[in-house]
Each structure stands twice: as C-alpha cells, then as structure tokens.
Design a protein around this ligand. Structure first.
Ligand code: PMP
Length: 351
C-alpha cells in the first residue's frame, strides 16, 4: 500500500502469471510450445535491418493484418493486432464490456477475465461448468452486458463445436460475445466462420501457443468492422504502436509456414494423448483436452504435494490454489522425452 497510488490501485488483484524459472527445469507450467518457431522466423531475425528500428512501426500493422486476414479467410479491416492476446483482451474489455449489465463468463475459465473486470469496474456474473466440466453455453442470458469464455476452455480443456456457439449467438444478439481461441489449433473448432453472420462476435487468438512465439508477444482479434473499429479507438487512446516492427515481421514469417505449424501441433496432440493414457494408468483422472495441456487429479495423492515433489525433482507444472482446482494439476504438453520424465517422476513419487 502506498499513499502515492491512485485509490483504484489499492483494490486491484493482479493476475499472477506462471513462474518463469531461472534454473533449468522441465517447464510444463505456462502452456508454451516445446518446438521452435518456423525456420523463417530465424531468417527474419538474422536479416532484420537494425537501422529500421529508428523508425516507429506502422501504427496500423497493415502487412501483418493482411497476412492474418488471408490466413483466417476474412478481410483485413476485420483483424486487429496487439501486444499478446492479453492486451487485445484488455482493449476488448474497455471497448465492449463497460456497461451497467454484468459481463457473463464461466466460473472456471482464464483467470485474467476477473482481473480485467476489477480493473475496469465491470460487474461479473459467473456460471458453473456443467457436470462434464464443459462451459455451460445454455446458462448465458440474452440480457448480458457481454459474454466471454475460452473455447477450448482453460484450464478445463474442453472445446465446444461451432454449432453450439452458433446456437448461443442466435440467442445473445445485443451484446458482444468474445470467444478466446488461444488453444483452438490443438483440436478445437474455430468460430471465425460465424463472424460473417454475427456482428457481435469477436474471436481472439494468439501466436504464443501453436506458433511457438510466446516470447514475441503477438495476439489478435477478428470480428465485424464495427467491433474492430471499437478496438482501434481504445488502442489509439492508449498506445498507437502496440506491435513493433520486429514482431510484425516475425509474425508474418510464422504465418507463411503452414507445414511447420501443422507438424508442431500434430506432434503436441499425439504427445498429449499418449501422456493422457499414461497418467490414467497411474490412476489419475484426466479431463478430455482439445488444448496443449491436461488437467489431472489423483484420487489418493494431494495435488499441492505432487506439485512440490515435481518441482524438487526439476519439473514445473501449474497448481491453482482455488477451491475448485485445489486438487488438480495443469500439465502443459512438452516433448515426448519431457513427458516421459514427468511420468517416471510421478511413478517414483507414488512409490
Ligand atoms: N487466453 C488464454 C485462455 C490463455 O491461457 C492465455 C495465456 N496465458 C492468453 C489468452 C494470453 O495469451 P498471450 O497474451 O500470450 O497471447
């Protein structure tokens, strides 16, 4: 607490990101991709003209947005880019959710959403997941101030089919429905094709997971021109240049290599299913996942203790200290070798 802080700052409960350890650990705690970005990214970095950094980047990120638009099958003016999807989400909360009516979301979803509600003074109405740990789309009401959820959801891993999202959009027409597709490339079904018929649908995505670029900070939103203009207005009232020139060039190079993209995500999916089987053989309950992580719980072993035991043996996973998730571990999918080490270590911990 400080007398110099604005009153609001005293009331904030900031998001706590997963640990980025200094020591060499098998890092399965922040859903990064275990594989390198596309080789073209390396070429861009090696060949980038340093002198170019004297200049401000293009405030409209035109080339990057064109590349994304062609990749996603939409027009360039339907794409917005920002410094990680966390920033894009922050802009969206300001642009669309600052209403007297509550923003509706699942009780268990990305823990940044309540943080933004608190920061921007947005009332939140949270609904429990259904009995299978799926987002209960039927719970959202048409008088919502907005709706937000991750699809596939985090950290529960389940993804709804596009037709389910469409049914929601038929009902909620007067508020923005924001679908966070951070994990969609690992087996989810994207809602981007629904944008054409639903001007209130905003879909966000990130280069941090399936494009192996968490370090560069690049995220985006796709939606109707009306929504994109709302985001631009907020962006241009905060920071006109959220995406720097190096980041844009890297993003374009990543989008150009579909083969690399497909190879990496297929490898992650294969390793995920192999890991699931092995965790189940060890007695874990593992939720179905269309993401690059698994949520697992053991009926006889305490998750917090497992987290500590793994950490002491050089493996970092994520444990959320909340009532609902207290006995679960969220395990990001690494390479086959990393997952073998995880399984062997879990075996030794239970012996
Ligand atoms: N949405 C979800 C559901 C996430 O798990 C994350 C990663 N923590 C993000 C958005 C943010 O991703 P980034 O800011 O790296 O694009």
């Amino acid at each position: 607490m400080s007398r110099f802080w604005s009153p609001k700052v005293h009331e904030l409960t900031p998001y706590v990101p997963g640990e980025q350890p200094r020591e060499q650990l098998i890092k399965l705690n922040t859903n990064e991709n275990p594989y390198s970005p596309a080789p073209g990214v390396g070429s861009v970095l090696r060949e980038f003209r340093t002198d170019h950094l004297r200049l401000y980047p293009d405030p409209g990120s035109q080339e990057l947005r064109e590349a994304l638009a062609s990749n996603l099958g939409v027009d360039t003016d339907q794409v917005f880019v920002g410094n990680g999807s966390d920033e894009v989400l922050a802009f969206a909360f300001q642009a669309f959710f600052c209403h007297p009516q509550a923003l509706q979301m699942p009780e268990i979803s990305y823990s940044f959403y309540p943080v933004y509600c608190n920061l921007y003074g947005i009332t939140r109405r949270a609904f429990p997941l259904d009995a299978q740990w799926r987002v209960d789309l039927d719970a959202f009401t048409k008088d919502a101030g907005g709706v937000i959820f991750a699809n596939p959801n985090a950290p529960s891993g389940h993804g709804h089919a596009r037709k389910d999202v469409q049914a929601l959009l038929e009902r909620v027409r007067d508020a923005v429905v924001l679908i966070d597709e951070a994990y969609v490339d690992f087996g989810g079904e994207s809602s981007v094709p629904l944008i054409a018929d639903h001007p209130n649908l905003l879909v966000t995505g990130t280069f941090s997971k399936s494009r192996s670029l968490a370090g560069i900070r690049l995220g985006y939103a796709v939606g109707s021109r009306e929504l994109i203009e709302g985001l631009e207005r907020v962006k241009n009232s905060i920071n006109s240049y959220p995406v720097d020139s190096l980041c844009s060039a890297v993003g374009i190079a990543a989008l150009e290599d579909e083969d690399h993209f497909d190879a990496c995500r297929t490898a992650v999916i294969t390793t995920r299913e192999r890991t699931r089987q092995r965790l189940e053989q060890l007695g874990f309950d593992v939720l179905p996942s269309q993401t690059n992580f698994l949520l697992a719980s053991h009926p006889k072993q305490d998750a917090a203790q497992l987290f500590v035991g793994l950490r002491e043996r050089g493996i970092l996973v994520r444990h959320f200290n909340t009532e609902a998730l207290n006995n679960w571990l969220r395990i990001s999918i690494g390479t086959d070798n990393e997952m073998d080490s995880l399984i062997e270590t879990l075996e030794s911990l239970s012996a």
